[in-house]
Design a protein around this ligand. Structure first.
Ligand code: SAM
Length: 254
């Protein structure tokens, strides 16, 4: 039995994933026929339920990884491997107030909303209205929209927020907005940035030398996957060699 209001992931015979906030009376229209959510409520996680055409769907409780991978995207997104480290470095947890820009498709927004809980708040900024709408839609699909305030606006005017606990910028020219950061955060707050090229990292580091930041760290995260074959265990032939550089710091002098 699953409580109505819980998020479920329904996996089709071909591996297609559907996410739904469970409502007993709902019907899910799939490529394989209709699925009655009442059956999903009664069968519970791990069960197999059938469409009216007899196709078997597996009911699973989604992980944050599943949700990030399912984000409908029209921008580059931040990958789970990078998001994990970002969350830890920024100290994101229940009750946090965190600022991010730009939210783009909302992959990082999803993770921030997941971790801040109902008592926290994510303030997301996005200058392109179509991406702000897409991010909102992606959050609504998984029931996390109430934790996020999306402003479709440019951060060149500042954030209009005070005493937030942390900040992350995934924009092309973050050095242009550094002057707005001290007024938006508590003293000593963690800040982070993602940039795809070393030239951009150099520009950011130069701008950060004004004495407003300390404990600066630059890194990238590589994941090497293995073929899970016990008798011939070896890495996969191809890997994603580069997503972006991560830059972290603390607000204020050491
Ligand atoms: N972090 C997002 C995710 O994980 O899905 C992806 C962000 S996308 C790579 C970068 C976004 O920043 C774009 O949607 C762009 O419109 C937005 N952006 C760039 N400069 C901005 C600014 N000055 N103010 C607000 N948004 C900005």
């Amino acid at each position: 039995m699953i409580e109505p209001g819980q998020l479920v992931m329904l996996v089709s015979p071909k591996g297609k994933r559907y996410f739904r906030v469970l409502q007993t009376e709902d019907v899910l229209n799939t490529n394989d026929g209709q699925l009655q959510m009442q059956n999903v409520v009664h069968q519970g996680y791990g069960a197999v339920v059938h469409t009216h055409l007899g196709r078997a769907y597996t009911v699973l409780k989604p992980t944050l990884y599943d949700l990030i991978k399912s984000v409908k995207r029209r921008t580059q997104i931040i990958y789970p491997k990078d998001i994990g480290y970002i969350i830890i470095k920024l100290g994101i947890g229940p009750g946090c107030r965190v600022i991010e820009a730009g939210c783009g498709s909302g992959a990082l927004t999803t993770a921030l909303a997941w971790f801040v809980g109902d008592a926290g708040r994510v303030y997301s900024f996005e200058r392109r209205q179509e991406f702000a709408s897409l991010c909102r839609e992606n959050l609504e699909k998984i029931g996390l929209e109430s934790r996020v305030q999306i402003a479709d606006g440019d951060i060149e005017q500042g954030f209009g927020i005070e005493k937030a606990d942390a900040l992350f910028l995934d924009v092309r020219t973050p050095w242009e907005y550094l002057e707005h950061i001290p007024g938006a955060l508590i003293p000593g707050a963690p800040v982070g940035f993602l940039l795809p090229t070393v030239n951009q990292v150099s520009s950011l580091l130069s701008a950060m030398q004004d004495g407003s930041f300390s404990s600066v760290e630059v890194l990238e995260i590589l994941v090497r996957r293995y073929k899970p074959v016990p008798e011939r265990l070896r890495p996969e032939d191809r890997m994603v060699a580069h997503t972006g550089y991560l830059i972290f710091a603390r607000l204020g002098a050491p």
